[in-house]
Design a protein around this ligand. Structure first.
Ligand code: ADP
Ligand code: ZN
Ligand code: MG
Length: 478
């Protein structure tokens, strides 16, 4: 990128709230139902049908807003945003406009190895539109189908301040936002189902200049990777345009994933184009203090706080703390394993190492090895009863069978040999069959002891206590 310019990015993110039913009617929000099955007069926009606000949707929206450190407005209002689209049967979207649910929040992200707060301007609630399915050419005609199952699904729109300064910032912001939604349970943010969609507002300005440049809105980015690529493309396009004497015009563009380019969609609409007015079919939304306090009290620990606590309490490195807080379930699993093992660092290593390796991308909640069993295995290693190497084998069996470490150790007789008599016998045999190495050791090449220890471990099928072997060998070799 041209070093004279600085990108300025603000994101508008739509998140589908995880309710069972739609925002203004009782239709299910389940994904994958046959087209136009999950519909009723309200979400079909039939004349005379009246919306009723879903309390659960409001709670999830408040949860999400609190988790992004927003101020919740005790009084907010729904508004009609009027526009035509075939998959919008009402002819308007019910959104919020000048009196949104929540404002003035922030999310903290990692930007160039520094922590940085990105301001959140507002969070408002709205209903989703249906889906137009473009089926391409068939019988030399073009078909588009309308599926209204999604119509009336509850969304929040989260609008950031224009404080992101690179596509990496944008990526970090989206990642943190998604994590916060998942931790609070406000949304699963399943990208494949379109539960998180983002519009990126992008402008550039000469470094040192305070005034913001003209922004372009790149709409409907449904993956973080595409969002990053679209921003990179758009920044480069704008810089090139300005450098060649042109000016950026304010417009909406679409990112084409095939070509990796953005193309103009329409000139940017203005708020007045939508003829916003207060929604006459809904009373204003009041959020009383008692309700708010109840939701606040029930909020779980947030990802940023959990990361910090893991680092402080368990002495984990930043990287490890990040990995172990990637989901709430991983954090819970790790903490239970750490508690049962008495050795948090070992638990961290095993969860990120052997367990993650065995899961091969499956969720930790599907692990056949419980956190308590893993912890017990580690405490058995710490007690010296089995070696770390044997523990790996036992773990593999635990993962395969779901059995407890104790049961496997007893059954397979895997206890570490710490009995000096039994070990002494094996050591004598190793000494007798390796005269050359013994000679070398005695003539001062003491590093050869490693080889002899290895031979003893092999002869004992890995069950000898390596510390004790070392000790006994040295005694016998004097
Ligand atoms: P509009 O009225 O055009 O929708 P808003 O002021 O509501 O614009 O901002 C929409 C989004 O665009 C916000 O996320 C905001 O941070 C971002 N934004 C505003 N101005 C700029 C700019 N000059 N460059 C990049 N992003 C911007
Ligand atoms: Zn309905
Ligand atoms: Mg706007």
């Amino acid at each position: 990128m041209n070093d004279l310019y600085e990108p300025v990015i603000g994101l508008e993110v739509h998140v589908q709230l995880g309710t069972n039913t739609k925002i203004f009617c009782g239709c299910p929000t389940s994904f994958g139902a046959p087209p136009n099955d999950n519909v009723c007069p309200v979400c079909l926009g039939l004349p005379g049908a009246l919306p009723v606000l879903n309390r659960e949707a409001v709670e999830l929206a408040i949860q999400a807003s609190l988790a992004m450190h927003c101020r919740i407005n005790s009084f907010s209002r729904f508004a009609r945003k009027n526009y035509f689209y075939p998959d919008l049967p009402k002819g308007y979207q019910i959104s919020q406009y000048d009196q949104p649910l929540a404002e003035h929040g922030w999310l903290e992200i990692n930007s160039d190895d520094n922590r940085k707060r990105i301001g959140i301007t507002r969070v408002h609630m709205e209903d989703d539109a249906g889906k137009s399915i473009h089926d391409g050419f068939k019988d030399s005609s073009r078909y588009t189908y309308v599926d209204l199952n999604r119509s009336g699904t509850p969304l929040i729109e989260i609008v950031s301040e224009p404080e992101l300064r690179s596509s990496d910032d944008a990526h970090a912001y989206l990642t943190e936002l998604k994590l916060v939604m998942q931790f609070t349970g406000s949304s699963d943010c399943d990208m494949e189902k379109g539960n998180l969609r983002c519009d990126a507002n992008v402008s550039v300005r000469r470094k040192g200049v305070e005034k913001l440049g003209t922004k372009v809105e790149v709409k409907n980015l449904n993956s973080f990777r595409f969002a990053k690529m679209a921003i990179d493309y758009e920044v480069a396009r704008q810089v090139e345009l300005i450098e060649s004497g042109g000016t950026v015009s304010q417009e909406s563009r679409l990112y084409n994933v095939e070509t990796g380019e953005t193309a103009s969609m329409r000139s940017k609409e203005q708020a007045h184009d939508y003829r916003y007015f207060p929604e006459p079919d809904l009373v204003p939304l009041r959020v009383g203090e008692a309700w708010l306090a109840r939701i606040k009290d029930a909020l779980p620990e947030l990802p940023a706080d959990k990361r910090q606590r893991f680092a402080d309490q368990y002495g984990l490195r930043e990287y490890d703390a990040n990995v172990l807080t990637a989901t709430r379930a991983i954090g819970d699993y790790f903490e239970r394993a750490a508690k049962a093992s008495g050795d948090p660092k070992a638990a961290a290593n095993w969860v990120m190492g052997d367990l993650a390796g065995s899961l091969k991308g499956r969720e930790i909640t599907e692990s056949p090895v419980t956190a308590e069993d893993l912890g017990e295995l580690l405490s058995i290693v710490a007690s010296g009863e089995i070696s770390g190497k044997i523990a790996k084998d036992i773990f593999a069996t635990m993962f395969e069978t779901g059995q407890s470490p104790r049961a496997i150790i007893e059954r397979e007789g895997l206890k570490q040999i710490s009995d000096t008599g039994a070990l002494g016998k094996i050591i004598d045999e190793v000494i007798a069959s390796n005269p050359k190495q013994v000679e070398q050791y005695k003539s001062g090449k003491t590093t050869v002891i490693g080889f002899l220890v290895g031979q003893v471990m092999k002869a004992s099928k890995g069950q000898a206590n390596p510390g004790l072997v070392n000790e006994l060998l040295r005694e016998k070799l004097i």
